[in-house]
Design a protein around this ligand. Structure first.
Ligand SMILES: [Zn+2]
Length: 245
């Protein structure tokens, strides 16, 4: 095996171990909220890594037509590309959460009290909205207990998921397949993890996530499900006053 292959194999093993140990729905050391109440047919769609154009625009157009509000875990770097789009999402009733400043896996693994990666994403959002987000999802869903504590101390609710989708795979998985898989895994209170962008990409074309939502929403409405934001699902506020610096 060449040293490059060896390195790639090591990275793959590290990724798999990290995901197994640190990601929802099994772990997170008690800090993850992975679903809402199981006794009501309310569910929440969440989208990570945006915003981007045209992917996020197409998605929110489709959601407007479906009359569905979602929750978007936005990245500081992408927010700075498209502040006008972020404001539009907020004004249309979607909930904006923090997905860190720049999507580094390392920052959450590091011990200590450095929370710049959290505050950077927060500041990018607060600058546009005038309020700070109260929901956070760590990049890759990797959550160490110390990062969970840092986030909780900073006033965040850490949001995982109980329905994971493969909509981030490139080339994209067909939207109807994504919808069927998500439908199969749905329970009352479910939180879905979708993606509306790619970290650090200002322009991104992504058609299948939108197709998946267009297929999933009517299927579940027929079963009596209602689509709500995380704030409504969990009955907690989505925002707090901007932090004094
Ligand atoms: Zn992400």
């Amino acid at each position: 095996m060449s040293s490059l292959n060896l390195k790639q194999t090591a990275i793959k093993a590290f990724d798999a171990a990290g995901t197994k140990l640190l990601s929802p729905p099994m772990n997170g050391f008690g800090y993850f909220i992975n679903h809402g109440p199981r006794n009501k047919r309310k569910v929440a769609l969440t989208f990570d890594d945006g915003p981007s154009r045209p992917a996020t625009e197409h998605l929110i157009d489709a959601m407007r037509k479906l009359d569905v509000k979602g929750s978007f875990f936005c990245l500081g770097v992408n927010v700075r590309y498209h502040p006008d789009l972020l404001l539009q999402m907020y004004q249309e009733g979607h909930v904006i959460g923090n997905h860190s400043g720049w999507h580094s896996r390392k920052t959450g693994l590091m011990l200590g009290s450095d929370i710049r990666h959290i505050l950077d994403g927060e500041e990018a959002i607060a600058e546009v909205l005038g309020v700070r987000p109260c929901f956070y999802r760590p990049p890759w869903g990797w959550l160490t207990p110390w990062e969970g504590k840092r986030l909780t101390d900073a006033g965040y609710k850490v949001i995982g998921w109980d329905v994971y989708t493969l909509d981030w795979v490139i080339p994209e998985v067909d939207g109807i397949t994504l919808a069927r898989d998500a439908y199969r895994d749905t329970k009352p209170g479910s939180i879905y993890c979708f993606h509306d962008a790619k970290p650090w990409e200002k322009q991104w074309v992504k058609t299948e996530t939108t197709r998946a939502i267009q297929a999933l929403v009517p299927m579940l409405r027929e079963q009596g499900y209602e689509f709500v934001t995380l704030a409504e699902l969990l009955d907690v506020p989505a925002y707090a006053p901007k932090r004094e610096v």
